[in-house]
Design a protein around this ligand. Structure first.
Ligand code: NAD
Length: 337
């Protein structure tokens, strides 16, 4: 039985990395059908709307999305479509696995997962200026929102994720020593949820100490969970442990839907040249397969990525090679056979 997913190729290098990803998914025998839809600048140009109703309807009915990067105009123009989709479908868990693929970096065999709360915290954007003595911007104020509901569902998501994937430990990184109410509520709630998972080691750590320990000894961690902004910052730090954003996949998961995308953007500087590295989106597609209980197919693709990248003969320019996006996808397909 195949599952139909919505595919949004996106802007810039999006269509190129999406083509490569679909080629690999088909060769791996993923039980998927693809409902292609537009969003972003491409949709604005062709349909006059960066987030057309057809695309929203498709996501609503399929509930699982594979999405290429979308260009967000800076300063003026439409607001981020990525954020709009996350909000529309309440995709509250941002899941960012970090794994060593290219050997010879700072560390070998890193295998961590960061789970970031995607809807609350300082990023709700409740902020304003305060005028004083003729200066309209004498001060600025921003509000961190933490709800029991939000803290509970992200903590439970982290423990359920750890349980499902056989992971041993969940660490909550927080700042409850200073932000006693907001971060304190998050800590208290996570502590309560942890009691339902006696087989998983649970610990809480102060966010700044966690950042240092991640750099000094990342092997002491396994699954990490935290509020929105801390997760935004530490997920990039963790990507740095394995050589940067080029290979980083992500899932945005909610109760009503899930969207999988590479962490990188639309890379306008190399768009149309056929040289983009599709690994981020391919590994995101593997997460999508895990989500749909097609884990064996995803594991096969991950093994092919490891094999081809480690062999070093077919690498895109960002990996120091001379291969095109499709040469690399072809090499993955051969490794799958
Ligand atoms: P970017 O990630 O697009 O590019 C940064 C640098 O990395 C560029 O030099 C680019 O060529 C390179 N790069 C990125 N992905 C690559 C790949 N797969 N293979 C080889 N090289 C790659 O970041 P940016 O330039 O800051 O953003 C460009 C646009 O993308 C902006 O409009 C931004 O809003 C958008 N963006 C979208 C998403 C998303 O859709 N999730 C995420 C980040 C940025």
């Amino acid at each position: 039985m195949s599952t139909t997913i919505t595919v949004i190729p996106g802007d810039g290098i999006g269509p190129e990395v999406t083509d490569a990803t679909l080629r690999v998914l088909r060769a791996a025998g993923a039980a998927l059908d693809y409902d292609e839809q537009l969003a972003g600048v491409t949709a604005l140009e062709r349909m006059g709307n960066p987030l057309p109703d057809e695309t929203l309807d498709s996501i609503r009915s399929n509930r699982v999305v594979l999405k290429g990067p979308l260009t967000t105009p800076s300063g003026t123009g439409f607001r981020s479509i990525n954020v709009a989709i996350r909000k529309e479908f309440d995709l509250y868990a941002n899941v960012r696995p970090v794994r060593t693929i290219v050997p010879g970096g700072r560390y070998e065999d890193i295998d961590l997962v960061l789970i970031r709360e995607n809807t609350e915290g300082l990023y709700v954007g409740v902020e304003h200026y305060i005028g004083m003595e003729g200066d309209p911007r004498a001060a600025a104020e921003s509000v961190m929102i933490i709800t029991r509901f939000g803290a509970e569902r992200i903590s439970r998501y982290a423990f359920e994720y750890a349980k499902r994937l056989g992971r041993k430990k969940v660490t909550l990184a927080h700042k409850a020593n200073i932000l006693k109410y907001t971060q304190g509520l998050f800590l208290d709630v996570a502590h309560e949820i942890a009691k339902d998972y006696p087989d998983i080691v649970w610990e809480d750590r102060i966010i700044d100490a966690t950042a240092m320990q991640l750099v000094l000894d990342p092997y002491r961690f396994d699954v990490l969970v935290m509020e929105n902004m801390f997760g935004d910052i530490l997920s990039d730090l963790m990507a740095g442990l394995v050589g940067g954003l080029g290979f980083a996949p992500a899932g945005n998961i909610g109760d009503e839907g899930a969207m999988f995308e590479a962490v990188h953007g639309s890379a306008p500087d190399i768009a149309g040249k056929g040289i983009a590295n599709p690994t981020g989106l391919i590994l995101s597609a593997c997460m999508l397969l895990d989500h749909l209980d097609q884990q064996a197919t995803g594991d096969g693709i991950r093994a092919a990525v490891d094999h081809v990248v480690r062999a070093g003969e077919v690498r895109t320019p960002d990996m120091g090679g001379g291969a095109s996006t499709m040469d690399y996808a072809d090499a993955l397909v051969r490794a799958l056979e």
